[in-house]
Design a protein around this ligand. Structure first.
Ligand code: FES
Length: 143
C-alpha cells in the first residue's frame, strides 16, 4: 500500500500481497487494507469475493488445483472433481475437515496439451486420471 501511495486503485494488488503473506484474507486483513486505502470494508470484501484467486478461509496443508478450462473440461476435469466429491465429500473451493488439503479449481493453467491438468502443491501433473488424483489425496490425508 505504501509503495502505491495508499491509492484506492491499489486495492487488488494490496489484497494480493496480504494473501501472499498470510495465505488467505481474514476480516482483520481486509479491515487493515480498507483503513490503509481509505475505502469502505464492503468494497474490499466485494473485491475479495469477486476474484476467485482470493480465499477467505485458511488453505489446507496441501493444495490441489484442478484445471477446469475448456481443454481440461473436455478431457475429464469434471470426472476428477466427481471422484474427489465421491470419496472425500469435497467440492472445489473446500478444505478437508482435518485441514490436510484444499481442492481448488482454475480456468486454464496454460498447459492445455497436458489436459486434464492438476497442480499438486506447486507441481503440475498432466493427463491425470481419477485414480492418480485420489492416490495423491489419500497420501495427503494419511500424512
Ligand atoms: S484448459 Fe486446462 S490447462 Fe488449459
Amino acid at each position: 500500500m505504501r509503495r502505491l501511495g495508499y491509492a484506492p486503485h491499489a486495492l487488488v494488488e494490496s489484497l494480493h500481497a496480504a494473501q501472499e503473506a498470510f495465505g488467505y484474507l481474514d476480516k482483520p486483513a481486509m479491515q487493515f487494507v480498507a483503513t490503509g486505502l481509505r475505502v469502505p470494508l464492503s468494497r474490499v470484501y466485494g473485491a475479495a469475493t469477486f476474484y476467485h484467486f482470493f480465499s477467505l478461509k485458511p488453505p489446507g496443508d496441501h493444495t490441489c488445483v484442478v484445471c477446469t478450462g475448456t481443454a481440461c473440461h473436455i478431457k475429464g476435469a469434471p470426472d476428477l472433481l466427481s471422484a474427489v466429491a465421491a470419496e472425500f465429500s469435497l467440492k472445489a473451493g473446500e478444505t478437508s475437515k482435518d485441514g490436510k488439503f484444499s481442492v481448488l479449481s482454475a480456468r486454464c493453467i496454460g498447459t492445455c496439451g497436458l489436459a486434464p491438468a492438476v497442480v499438486f502443491d506447486s507441481e503440475v501433473a498432466g493427463k491425470v486420471t481419477s485414480e492418480q488424483m485420489l492416490e495423491r489425496l489419500r497420501g495427503w490425508a494419511a500424512s
